[in-house]
Design a protein around this ligand. Structure first.
Ligand SMILES: NC(=O)c1ccc[n+]([C@@H]2O[C@H](COP(=O)([O-])OP(=O)(O)OC[C@H]3O[C@@H](n4cnc5c(N)ncnc54)[C@H](OP(=O)(O)O)[C@@H]3O)[C@@H](O)[C@H]2O)c1
Length: 315
């Protein structure tokens, strides 16, 4: 299946198109029964992932989101805009500016843009009442959500839960000398983790936000979370599927902080005290999904992923 080229199909500009979230959004737009023209934004239209988007019928355009004019050009003529920014590549100050550039471009194009899907996360400093002020990669996105709303944009915040994919990388179970595994976070074992297989399923929530008729623009929000699972069960299920012993270990906060720094440490403390979404109920958000969208649970993700490196202790 490919994106529509019909002039009557709504044009959606996708920032972050070559990445995990944007890639998922594009796959789900293309497989929706509703036609969309897709403008895929990248810094490098010549790379393989950009060429693949072209083959999928997307109009691939070059834009650097630090550059206001290029962002504005990318948004021009769109009816829908999707945007995600990458904190980990650019840091808080740059992410904030990039988000502001996108918000300004949407605002300047409100004659055509009717929906702005923004990938935000909770404003931890504010919601925690100042208890956790170092979770910058959440706060910047929370600030941008607030800005988009205060500017009166037709925004829907489709907030990605913690990626299941993290467990294949920096949050992988760690092999112990006796051959068993531990999942080690600085939270108590009964803390709920909110998860999504992002590359596969995030776009289902975005398309649901656009098509279900259940989400208002302005203050609309969709919590893209496929499963809430305790840290203890996450470790247990991973071990069961891989046929190895795997337990959850509550790392002392100071020890975790020394290795991972303040941002991630306070993020986990926020999960424990307030929950990933600050206590919001994720159930309602499942209602936006189309009946065909079967989002993946943790156990299924574990079954279908390749854990060779993690199991070898080299993940
Ligand atoms: N890991 C988690 O559990 C989790 C949970 C919720 C939210 N998040 C958030 O997800 C965000 C990352 O999203 P992702 O996983 O989809 O990222 P990703 O896979 O690394 O992709 C990043 C995308 O952003 C584009 N991009 C980056 N800098 C750009 C720039 N200066 N100009 C234009 N485009 C730019 C890249 O395009 P090109 O390289 O093609 O130019 C690429 O398409 C982070 O901010 C993180 O905080 C993560």
């Amino acid at each position: 299946m490919v994106a529509s080229t019909s002039p009557s199909a709504p044009l959606i500009t996708v920032f972050g198109s070559t990445g995990i979230q944007g890639g998922s959004v594009i796959d789900h737009l293309i497989s929706s029964p509703k036609p969309y023209r897709i403008r895929a934004v990248t810094r490098d239209p010549t790379k393989a992932s950009s060429k693949k988007l072209q083959e999928m019928g997307c109009e691939v355009v070059k834009a650097e989101i630090n550059n206001k004019d290029e962002v504005e050009q990318a948004v021009k003529g769109s009816e829908i805009v999707f945007a995600v920014t990458n904190f980990w590549e650019h840091g808080a100050a740059a992410e904030l500016q990039q988000g502001k550039n996108i918000i300004a471009a949407v605002k300047a194009n409100l004659s055509t843009v009717k929906t702005f899907i923004w990938s935000g996360i909770e404003h931890v400093s504010k919601v925690s009442g100042g208890k956790y002020t170092k979770v910058e990669h959440f706060d910047t996105k929370g600030e941008l959500t607030e800005l988009a709303r205060s500017e009166g944009l037709p925004v829907i915040n489709v907030s990605a839960a913690m990626y299941m994919e993290n467990s294949l990388g920096m949050m992988a179970p760690r092999k112990q000398e006796d051959g068993s595994f531990v999942v080690a976070f600085p939270i108590n074992p009964s803390t709920k983790l909110h998860l999504i297989h992002t590359r596969r399923d995030y776009g289902a929530y975005v398309v649901g936000a656009l098509e279900s008729g259940k989400v208002k623009v302005g203050d609309g929000e969709v919590l893209a979370c496929a499963e809430e699972i305790t840290a203890e069960d996450l470790a247990k299920q991973w071990g069961e599927v891989n046929n190895v012993k795997c337990a959850f270990y509550q790392v002392p906060v100071e020890q975790f902080q020394a290795q991972a720094g303040d941002d991630l440490t306070q993020m986990f403390q926020w999960f424990q005290d307030f929950g990933y979404y600050g206590g919001k109920d994720t159930k309602l958000s499942q209602e936006v999904l189309s009946p065909n969208a079967k989002v993946q649970k943790w156990k299924e993700f574990v079954k279908e992923s390749d854990w060779t490196k993690v199991l070898n202790g080299s993940g």
